[in-house]
Write a protein of this length. Structure first.
Length: 629
């Protein structure tokens, strides 16, 4: 193609070269078209740009000062192409990574390994290297040794410094401690610091020593001394005998710190007491037999899975001996799957599919239980008992729960059991001789002075429904032990004023806690009861349960998987420390452990997302009676 073919003419018949550029002129508009000197092909392509206009007569997205009307087509606009600058060397060659960037990349990559529970040997996987090389050639990945030593130590020190800074900021903390066993049955003990809804793992160690009262008291004394006696308002543990003996030892040295048992653990022990009676245990055993059968028989498990997906019902679940609320989940799952189980036992050749005589007899028993109407009614009654207990366990395991609610649980469960009697689900004898008997026994063991004090001093309750013995004992404690009788009178007046303000409405909507209300008081208010005000701050900074320690163990169990059973204890301590505190600080790289998606699974309700505060939506009047929805 020559110049004439594209409508060009040379300026006065000649090409003009200016600094390695060729300038051509349009014979219609006279505009100059500048092109690099790269032969005829370059000129042709640039001139085509001059005439390359759209149908609407304008270029979309171009600036107006870059457009000009061309006389060769007066209704169209063309672009005047700017001079092309020389490209930089970096557009052809990737610059090397600086040492700081490479170090930061290694730190973030290691953090991903630590927070996701990924084994260290996978850093050598060829697919990972290939993917990194594709994006950035020449990047040097840290090796397995660096991950498990240098980078792990640096990350541990980073989180340790962050935790220590947070402890310095916290005003008052509650300590929580509990024990756990690793895959190889090696004992571990942790110490959590809880303040205003945040639970941090401040210390934890694998120890071969027996957890006696003396040993626990020594370890707690070390942690209290580290944080500061004035900052620690309470210590909550489970209700084991060794822990209770440790409370007595520590209470002599720290009389201002409250030592008490976990209310969720108390409720769990109440459920265990129920199942020690055949009246409640036999239906649960039958439900477990049904769940186990469909877990270990593949053909029936597939049939149940297909029916379950069509109807959108939950899977069958097995209870765990130490897992809160798992008994209710097992009972509830069998009730929900009742129709599907009946279809499998009746429609399909359920009994005849047995391989031998023993299995045929087992299938007959399972079929009899599934079709047994009385058993299903017993399971529904058991569900009605466990539902309110599990409701309170889920609410009280939150790190935002109020210590005063522990006393209200005892009163509320009494009302719930009476409602079941009124509905005809149980007779009065079962309620009095079994339900209330087991509940009162556990409450008498788990009750501590802080429960009565918090319930009496909480503006939401003000001791409503408190039995006379506990009320008199608590009032005597305020007047004689603390010498706060006069200040308590002024405080009760202030509590009555709170009823006429939006305080209760905010509590019901979970927008305010008793701690928030105390902080909102002005100087004139709390000057009338200064000593009591300090006592209230210490009491309501305590939490009712040690669920934070249980959630910590869930994280350790996620890291200490069967595939990593050779992980050294020192490394496991540090990995668990990083993992648990990252969850507390809600780092963006943190991932929640994915539960096993088996058809029938063992569940751990302590790993669920905790509820933030309590649901007071059922409180309808000044007496604060809880209504079942």
């Amino acid at each position: 193609m020559n110049d004439v073919d594209v409508g060009l003419k040379r300026k006065r018949g000649e090409e003009v070269k200016e600094q390695y550029k060729v300038i051509c002129c349009c014979k219609y508009c006279g505009d100059k078209v500048s092109t690099p000197y790269k032969g005829d092909h370059s000129k042709v392509s640039r001139v085509r740009e001059h005439f390359n206009v759209n149908q609407e007569g304008k270029y979309l997205g171009l600036q107006q000062n870059r457009l000009k009307e061309c006389k060769c087509n007066p209704f169209k606009l063309v672009q005047i192409t700017p001079e092309k600058k020389q490209e930089k060397m970096t557009s052809f060659v990737t610059p090397p990574i600086s040492h700081d960037i490479e170090s930061k990349f290694a730190t973030l990559l290691a953090r991903w390994f630590f927070l996701t529970g990924t084994p260290f040997f996978k850093i050598n996987h060829p697919a990972l290297k290939e993917a990194i090389e594709l994006i950035r050639p020449g990047v040097k990945l840290p090796n397995r040794v660096a991950l498990s030593q240098t980078l792990l130590n640096e990350e541990y020190n980073y989180w340790k410094e962050k935790v220590n800074c947070s402890l310095d900021i916290m005003k008052l903390v509650t300590l929580s401690t509990d024990g756990w066993s690793s895959q190889d049955n090696f004992p571990y003990i942790n110490f959590m610091a809880i303040s205003e809804g945040t639970a941090l793992l401040i210390d934890g160690k694998f120890t071969g020593q027996k957890k006696t009262a003396k040993y626990l008291a020594e370890q707690l004394n070390i942690v209290i001394s580290r944080i500061g006696e004035s900052k620690v308002c309470g210590v909550v543990t489970d209700n084991a005998a060794a822990n209770r003996s440790a409370w007595v030892i520590l209470n002599r040295k720290y009389p201002e710190i409250y030592f008490y048992g976990c209310i969720c653990h108390t409720l769990h022990l109440f459920v265990k007491d129920l199942f020690s009676n055949s009246l409640f245990n036999d239906p649960l055993d039958s439900a477990k037999e049904i769940a186990k059968f469909f877990k270990y028989h593949q053909y029936e498990a597939v049939q149940l899975h297909e029916i379950r997906e069509e109807e959108g019902i939950q899977t069958l679940k097995l209870p765990g001996a130490t897992r809160w609320g798992s008994a209710l989940a097992c009972v509830q799952s069998v009730i929900d799957n009742q129709k599907a189980l009946e279809d499998i036992c009746v429609i399909f050749e359920f009994v005849s599919n047995g391989k031998n005589k023993e299995e045929i007899e087992q299938r007959k028993k399972i079929k009899k239980n599934v079709l047994n109407t009385r058993l299903m009614n017993d399971l529904k009654r058991l569900q009605a008992i466990l539902a309110p207990v599990n409701k309170w366990i889920k609410l009280l395991q939150s790190d935002n729960a109020m210590i005063s609610d522990a006393f209200y649980v005892f009163l509320d469960l009494k009302k719930e059991f009476q409602i079941l009697v009124d509905r005809g689900m149980f007779d009065q004898e079962v309620r009095d001789n079994y339900l209330l008997h087991y509940l009162e026994n556990r409450w008498n063991v788990g009750y501590a002075d802080i429960h009565g004090l918090s319930y009496l001093l909480d503006p939401v309750y003000c001791g409503e429904g408190m039995d006379e013995d506990n009320r008199v004992r608590t009032l005597e404690m305020l007047s004689k032990e603390f010498d706060l009788a006069d200040e308590y009178t002024f405080y009760r007046i202030k509590c009555k004023e709170a009823y006429s303000k939006p305080f209760i409405d905010k509590i019901k909507a979970r927008k305010m806690t008793t701690r928030d209300w105390l902080y909102s008081l002005n100087e004139e208010d709390y000057k009338k009861f200064p000593k009591l005000y300090l006592l209230l701050n210490r009491i309501f900074a305590c939490v009712p349960s040690s669920a934070s320690s249980e959630r910590c163990f869930s994280g350790f169990g996620y890291i200490d998987s069967p595939l990593r059973n050779r992980l050294k204890k020192r490394k496991l301590e540090r990995l668990g420390y990083i993992y648990c505190n990252a969850r507390a600080f809600k780092e963006s790289l943190f991932e929640v452990p994915i539960e096993d998606c088996e058809e029938i699974e063992d569940i751990d309700l302590t790993e669920e997302e905790p509820s933030h505060g309590l649901d007071y939506s059922g409180f309808t009047d000044k007496n604060f009676e809880y209504d079942e929805e």
